[in-house]
Design a protein around this ligand. Sequence first.
Ligand code: NG6
Ligand code: CA
Length: 531
Amino acid sequence: MKRKSILYPLATFSVVASSLTSVYACHNTTDGLPADKDEEAEKKKEISSRPNVIFIYADDIGYGDLSCNQTVKTISTPNVEKLASEGVRFTNAYSAAATSTPARYAMLTGEYAWRRPGTGIAAGNAGMIITPERYTLADMFKNAGYATAVVGKWHLGLGAETGKQDWNGLVTPNTSDLGFDYSYIMAATADRTPCVYMENGRVVGLDPSDPIEVSYNKPIAGEPTGKDNPELLTLHPSHGHNQAIVNGVSRIGYMKGGHSARWKDENIADSIVAHAIGFIENQQSGNPFFLYMGTNDIHVPRIPHARFRGKSGMGARGDALLSFDWCVGEIMKTLKRLKLDKNTIIVLSSDNGPVVDDGYKDQAVELLGNHRPWGHLRGGKYSSYEAGSRVPCILRWKGTVKPAVSDAMVSQIDWMSSFAQLLNVTLPAGAGPDSEKQLDAWLGKDKAGREYVIEQNVNNNLSIRTRDWKYIAPGKGAARYTAANIELGNSQEPQLYRLSDDEEEKVNRASEYPQVLLNLQLRLEQVKLKQ
Ligand code: NG6
Ligand code: CA
């Protein structure tokens, strides 16, 4: 049921294959007649010369969580460090929001999530948030001749309607309606039911005699919960997370059945990596592939495999960072083994900033020591302050892109237009409305990048950042998320920070610089009115 109006790449694939000049227009020439054999062969050659693209999209990894971003080393993530040393490491890269669902929505559609109601943190039984007719990054790659896959954390809803999915059959619409040929995903997050993997729209390993039931509004009779049966728990919640118990861990949402299909938390990283590698190995057609790998690390509940346990000295959160680093290493090893190292672009980033206590008593706070997950930045996950959405980001394209550290301002929302630019794909009208062509910044050639970046916090309050300034618009919501010990940045007063000498956002200069404030307010209003 592919349905979208599709425009095929119209011009040359100029960056890596400037000598190739043919047009890729599926199997027909532009006048609708079958292409002749030479043309066909030429097209094939052009497509197969395109680089593979892998996104390694971390969950909740903060700017200061990876050793490549640290001046004082409190953790060792050597595989990411190697990746960074071979690519462009960005110091001003942003996700479009400070929580997962809106960040992923914006990244995959090129549209700010705050333009769309219903794009906040999704429940595990949310209906599919990106509607099938919407053009996605995966569509863009697919239309450019790529095999496409999503493996790992999804968190953008599945099925036609919230709460109406039959988890025992084919849940549709699903990722295949958004341009992904293959999917092996967790419907939402590890702390939300259903706690099962879905492969191409179906639960993996389900025993039909033990059907799955999921509820988000009331407990399921006869099923223990974290609230009523804490004696059954091996990991206790610190806030929320007191509903269905799966593997001794209580979650958000209720769930019954599907025992044979339930994931084992300690094996999630292995399972995601194995399926990502499986997909890469299966690509033997000579055509390029696009793999979106969303890691479960380091989201809660943090239960990394035993081989990482106790290894960071920082408890489960640090151990999950080591698990993440291992995932990166496995992907890099695979590319080397398959001799795809040079012809594959790896982009590594995170959906939002860091949180230490995100709802489980996993000792992350007690064992944090000197580690600063947010680096030098203020705030964290959920926040309007910089640590909310300024995230680690690396692009490696061995042999083509020169290793560098880039201060350019870049946003994940531009991946759609920038990769379209790389492949010389013209996006259909209306696709990726907020996505800018920033290819040169992503390839480390343009040192400036965007003129401004928009940030969105958990309360949907917006900020606009230029090179030197950051304006946080007044908005409703608590100033602090007490349980997680994070400043959210919400205030009834306008906030203006001079990032050029105050990256930590310490001094509100709103009254000192009324003209700067006004300019940024106008700029933000213009962006909001854009559509
Ligand atoms: C919050 C959860 C938190 C996390 C977050 C989503 C509680 C108390 N907190 O509501 O644990 O799941 O949602 O995180 O339930 S995200 O990275 O997927 O956006
Ligand atoms: Ca997240």
